[in-house]
Each structure stands twice: as structure tokens, then as C-alpha cells.
Design a protein around this ligand. Sequence first.
Ligand SMILES: Nc1ncnc2c1ncn2[C@@H]1O[C@H](COP(=O)(O)OP(=O)(O)OP(=O)(O)O)[C@@H](O)[C@H]1O
Length: 363
Amino acid sequence: MTTHTPSHHGAATTTAPSAEVSIRDLTVVYRTDHGDLPAVSHANLDLHAGQITGLVGESGSGKSTLALSLLNAVPEPGRISTGSIHVAGVGDVTRLSGRRLRRTRGSALGYVFQASQNSLNPLKTIGRQLLDLGRSHDVEDLRGLVNRAKDLCERMGLDGTRVLDSYQHELSGGMRQRAGIVLALVLNAKVLILDEPTTALDMISQAAVLDIVRGVHREHDLATLVVTHDMGVVSEIAERLAVMYGGRIVEHGPTTELLRRPSHPYTRALIGATARIVGDTGLARALPGRPPDLTTLARRGCVFRDRCPIAMPVCEETDPALTEWAPDRYRACHADPTHSTPGTAAAPVPAARTHDTPERAEP
Ligand SMILES: Nc1ncnc2c1ncn2[C@@H]1O[C@H](COP(=O)(O)OP(=O)(O)OP(=O)(O)O)[C@@H](O)[C@H]1O
């Protein structure tokens, strides 16, 4: 049973008892010459076991900052300024520090950095890093840990012994990404966070990595968050989508519905710009304008209004709250959701792609 609690910006708060992760009213700021500026503002999101959620938006929209917040690992000069992130069996990770926080990372939350570049140490073999990970979590049965890692490798189509004996530079991008997933899951994390899992991979490796993510997600009944700027990737893999712009979650809901009937003008534009979804590079239209950065972000009113084809006077004044406009559909926009919005930047979406009908051949 899902209940909804009104609150500022994140009005539509989904509170389900089974959520593995509940992000509530999360604001993260970076210290700059202009003061503390928010990269994530009043975000609310739940991650459930058995569900893949895609977090999508252009570069600079705050996706990585939000994802790193789940580990309470926002780097200096950033900090979580308000809100909570409740992880099942752990508590509010924003309140953890030191040893407890380090142990939570890895054992409850598995994080795979972009193309695994940052999660793998170039100076140590994968096997050595696995042992370091085990020791830092006081794993007594290191042999068992190695066996579990090998088993995970085999399931992902990798030769476990070879991978554990390798340095990262000896592995291809796709193999590195899989090794990153092995390290993220080997301590039985129930939450898997992947930041840009397919960026920098060729199409074949992208498809393979997505298949693997889908497979391990199902097998381990994970709550999975896939962070990407690529609407095509998430539309194939995620059951739910959360769309970010200027640090706000501006729309979220079930992927199929959201692609078929996007409600926020930004979501429409993002879909319209994705050849893989509109099915034709000729039809795909680049988003006009540029996304804001922390210093150019509107301090008042709607963050998207400068690029919005249907902006109204109220958008200058009032930041729209995220509200449930249809069952399980949330959006932060002043425009009437029941009317179509002619003149939006998006191309029409002829046949919405869903995660059930993957199409990987992008021209
Ligand atoms: N260390 C930092 N110091 C100051 N500002 C930062 C820092 N890291 C990120 N930002 C700013 O915070 C905002 C959100 O950045 P973030 O990296 O979270 O976005 P993103 O959507 O993940 O983008 P990308 O896909 O490019 O990683 C951006 O405006 C970015 O410039």
C-alpha cells in the first residue's frame, strides 16, 4: 500500500514499507565563491527490492550527487544539508560516519562507478582488491569470499580466476564494468547503484552489461538504481524512471507510462532527443539551450522555465511542487497535465519503447 505525504517540492512522497531506500527531502549543496549552492534540492525517491529505477537527466542535473548521497559520500566541497536517506537494516545513512559508514558501503549498498574507473585500483589486481574489501568488512572466510566472487564472475560470463589475477588495464571496458559489479555485490548488498554503466562502452558491450545488470538484479532481488544521461539505456532496463533537472526530480513514475505519456515538458524534450526511443535519428531533436549550472540555476520559480516551450508567468515566481497528477505519476509543473501541450520541444513518440521490448541497434 502506497501513501502520499505532501511536503515542500517533494509533495508526492511515496512511503511504502518495503522500500529498501527512502530518500526524503534531500538537499545537497556545494560550497562555491557564491556561497552554498544546491546541486540536489528537496528530492524524494524510494527504491524497492525487485525494481530497477532509472535516474536520468542531462549532464550537471545532479544525478551523481544524488547517487553519491546514498553512500553519504558526496565529496568536498559538497555536503548533505537537509533530509534523510533511510536504508533498510541500516537506518539513516546521512547520520552515519566513520567505521559504521564504511561498513555500510559495500555490505548494504553496492556502488559501481562510471565504467568502474574509480572503483578499481589500477595498482592492485582485482583479487587483491577483493581481499582488501573482505578484510575491511571483517570477513573471516576469505576463501569463501573468493569463491563467491568467482561464482559471480562465471555468472557474468567471465573467467573468475583470470579476472581476479588481472589488473584493471588488462581487462576490456565491459569486463571492468562486470568486475566492478562483482565487487559491489560480493558482500551481498541489497542495493546496487550504477553510475553511467554503459558510457564509454561499444554497443555490443553495452547490451551485454545491460543484460548482466538485469540478470543479477533479478537473481539477487536487488533494489537497483541506474544513473545515466542516456534515456535510451534506462528505457530498456528500468521499470521506473526519475527525471532530474537543475537538482530537482521533475517527473517520476513507471517507465512504460512515462515514455508513452510524458507529462513534464523536460521529459518530453529528453525523449524527443533520444533516437533510440523515437526510432529515427532524423526525428530526434536536440534539446534547445543549455542546462544550468549551480551559478546560473534559477533561485526562484521553476528551474526549467528558461528552456520551457510552455512557460507561463507563474513559472517565474513559484517553484512547482512534485505532485501526483495521476495514479503513481508525479511531476513538478504548473501546466495543466490533462491538456496536451502543443509547441513542446519534443518530437512525437510514435511507439514508446519499454524495458520489455529492447532495441539495441542504434544507428
Ligand atoms: N565538487 C564540486 N564542486 C562544485 N560544484 C560541483 C562539484 N561537483 C558537482 N558540482 C556541480 O553540481 C551540479 C550537479 O553535478 P552532478 O555531477 O551531480 O550532475 P550529473 O547529473 O551527475 O552530471 P554528469 O552526468 O555530468 O556527471 C553541477 O552543476 C556541477 O557543476
